[in-house]
Design a protein around this ligand. Structure first.
Ligand code: NAG
Ligand code: NAG
Ligand code: NAG
Length: 360
């Protein structure tokens, strides 16, 4: 078998946090005057270069990474070509931070031909006004163009979303092991998380498993789930976990290969991210037609419990899914959506359902 080693790519794109400013001659006020004004990028349409501390009406603009961001007006876009880092056929995830300004229905169209995805950025999850989003693609070519486009058309062209900090990361396709029928059950493989941001990364809704920034998992719901790391949050196991931030509107799922008539145990951890998300939480787990409700009392300071759902497979493919029964808000600011954390998900077949041994 031919084994191709694909190098890990992980970090900001060139001038991915826009710290290299356009030359004064290439701007009029904040507006870029031509497609090559922003170093390392090509732009189209009404694009502004925004510095932290700048005001828009009464609103003070803050910038998460360094001191600058860009604003995409109506139908505006920014594009960067990647020539050195991607391997044809491999999967990559993009992470970027965005903030909405004055428009009502803000969305961003992220594309790497022939793939594209329209990400809703309307719902605010963090109190700072900025959220980070992930989107994944498979590289069909070894040279790719990453395009972020604002498809919106507002009366005020300066009402478009702000973008800052765009990073890329290689996603290695996870495999099931003899310790778990599920793939990436610990959520360790996933999108890039900015070391300097403390609000995690949103995995947008309607993500299929073949192009998921969270390999092997699908986000089947109307709202995003949040990918969190142990540097900024409490995570039950390993370095990464998933926070179910939007009640029943935010669910993650994976389809596992199962043998009809066999007994399985689905083990998982339910906890809180230590982000002041307090209260009585319930995670609902599904395995085919079987369900389990796991209550968890959160003090918002971290902690978790293990749960187990035992079931007998009735099909060769069993859908495993999790969501939060309730909506929660952070006690710190009463505006950030939050919720229970799910982690360390294991599916094992039970050799002797009346004993305690687990085998595949
Ligand atoms: C892309 O490749 C260049 C040249 O090898 C390297 O300097 C850069 O750090 C890479 N970028 C990322 C995001 O890994
Ligand atoms: C998003 O952008 C891609 C590439 O430009 C385009 O093919 C696609 O139609 C766009 N999608 C929407 C909904 O505008
Ligand atoms: C994070 O912040 C530090 C200090 O402000 C800065 O030196 C570093 O470049 C930042 N990291 C990234 C990935 O932007």
């Amino acid at each position: 078998m031919l084994i191709i080693r694909v190098p890990l790519v992980a970090g900001l794109l060139k001038n991915g946090n826009f710290e290299l400013a356009p030359k004064p001659a290439d701007m009029k006020g904040t507006v870029l005057l031509h497609p090559n004004a922003l170093p390392e990028w090509k732009s189209t349409g009404f694009v502004e270069y925004i510095k932290a501390g700048q005001k828009q009406g009464d609103m003070l603009l803050v910038v998460p990474e360094g001191f600058a961001a860009v604003r995409l007006g109506n139908e505006a876009s920014i594009k960067q070509q990647i020539v050195a880092n991607v391997t044809k056929g491999m999967y990559y995830s993009l992470t970027f931070s965005a903030a909405r300004t004055c428009a009502q229905e803000e969305r961003l169209n992220v594309s790497v031909a022939p793939d594209s995805g329209v990400l809703p950025i309307q719902t605010l999850y963090s109190s700072s006004g900025w959220d980070s989003y992930a989107w994944a693609f498979q590289a069909d070519y070894s040279v790719i163009d990453i395009v972020i486009h604002n498809p919106g058309v507002e009366e005020d062209p300066a009402c478009g979303p702000l973008i800052d900090a765009i990073a890329i990361k290689t996603l290695y396709p996870p495999k099931p092991s003899n310790k778990n029928v599920l793939k990436n059950g610990d959520f360790e493989e996933g999108p890039y998380i900015f070391p300097n941001t403390s609000w995690g990364v949103l995995i947008p809704p309607n993500i299929e498993d073949d192009h998921s920034p969270l390999p092997a998992w699908m986000v089947e719901s109307l709202k995003a789930v949040k990918y969190i790391d142990s540097d900024h949050f409490s995570v039950p196991h390993g370095k990464r976990g998933v926070e179910l931030v939007a009640g029943r509107e935010s669910a993650i799922a994976q389809v596992a290969r199962t043998i009809i008539g066999k007994t399985y145990d689905l083990f998982f951890s339910v906890g809180d991210a230590s982000n002041a998300c307090e209260g009585s939480m319930v995670v609902e787990a599904f395995a085919g037609r079987d369900t389990l409700k796991v209550p968890y009392e959160s003090k918002g300071k971290g902690g978790f419990k293990r749960a187990k759902l035992r079931f007998v497979a009735t099909t060769t493919r069993t859908r495993v899914m999790f969501y939060s029964t309730f909506y929660h808000m952070s006690k710190n600011d009463f505006s950030s959506l939050c919720g229970p954390v799910i982690d360390d998900v294991k599916l094992l077949s039970v050799r002797n359902p009346h004993g305690h041994r687990h085998r595949l």
